[in-house]
Design a protein around this ligand. Structure first.
Ligand SMILES: [Zn+2]
Length: 285
């Protein structure tokens, strides 16, 4: 764990970024064919550059769960992430949900991403996060594939109730899902017998900032555990092209408060101490 017993410093939490572009989001997938990805205006590089600046200003380190597709196109960005002292981890190659792949396809996707990221970053990649937290009761074999592919931890379960993802009965804190493979679930706050999302995502943009701060402090002070928080580079980009044809719910979830997220993130960086997943959860070699 990050802070030794008796330390006067507050606990360090793990900051994570899912490195993908606005047109790769699962909720928009029915409207955007993956064949069109190559023709879209890419904004991920400039958005990640902005995050790197913000993290450097606050001396914060983070874990970047990066798509192989992005790494292939922006090798310089991968090198800058590593050079700044952040952890490079895998979000798979092509942003396919684990639950929509056969085991062999999943294996190829996670191996391809790992090899690419290791070649470009020059460091071992031990962490994986499934797109849309898509490992659950229907596909526990995915953990075996991750272990066989050389990963040592996964952060692919969000123990909440949500229409697109979530496994509300899963453990709230890191656990050995297989010998040699740790699952690090995204943080929830336990309130009145229910798990509330406290680790980012749409909730961070939709609800007032004070609620996120309260929930994270509750996990640190009452559960006495470090939190793991996530967001996407497109969430600080109010200028991103709008995707036509989205339904009301998706439009609300994807676009609301994009103009406020950068300043909220600034507050989050000030209000807590942040580190890499492998550091905060003791998974360094
Ligand atoms: Zn994703």
């Amino acid at each position: 764990m990050s802070a030794p017993p008796g330390s006067l410093l507050p606990m360090k939490n793990a900051l994570t970024v899912d490195v993908e572009d606005y047109f790769q989001v699962s909720a928009l997938a029915p409207l955007i064919h993956r064949r069109s990805w190559d023709e879209r205006e890419c904004r991920v590089e400039r958005n990640v550059e902005r995050l790197l600046e913000m993290f450097a200003e606050r001396h914060a380190h983070a874990t970047f769960f990066t798509l192989g597709w992005v790494a292939e196109r922006y090798p310089g960005l991968i090198q800058r992430i590593v050079a700044a002292g952040h952890e490079l981890a895998s979000h798979g190659y092509g942003h396919l949900r684990a639950s929509e792949q056969a085991p062999q396809e999943f294996r190829e996707d996670v191996l391809r991403a790992k090899q690419l990221l290791e070649d470009l970053g020059g460091q071992p990649v031990i962490g994986y996060r499934a797109p849309s937290f898509s490992i659950g009761h229907s596909n526990p074999w995915a953990f075996d594939v991750l272990l066989e592919s050389g990963y040592r931890y996964s952060s692919s379960v969000y123990p909440v109730r949500h229409d697109h993802y979530g496994m509300p009965d899963a453990p709230r804190f890191p656990y050995q899902v297989r010998p040699g493979l740790t699952e690090i679930p995204v943080t929830t706050a336990r309130v009145l017998g229910r798990n509330l999302p406290a680790g980012g995502g749409g909730y961070f943009r939709l609800a007032p900032y004070g609620l996120s701060r309260w929930a994270l402090r509750r996990v640190n002070n009452i559960d006495r555990r470090p939190a793991i928080f996530y967001f996407h580079p497109w969430e600080i980009d109010p200028e991103q092209p709008r995707v036509p044809g989205t339904g009301l719910k998706t439009r609300f979830r994807h676009y609301v408060n994009l103009d406020k997220t950068e300043s909220r993130l600034g507050r989050l960086l000030r209000d807590f101490r942040w580190g890499r997943v492998d550091e905060v959860f003791g998974l360094q070699h």
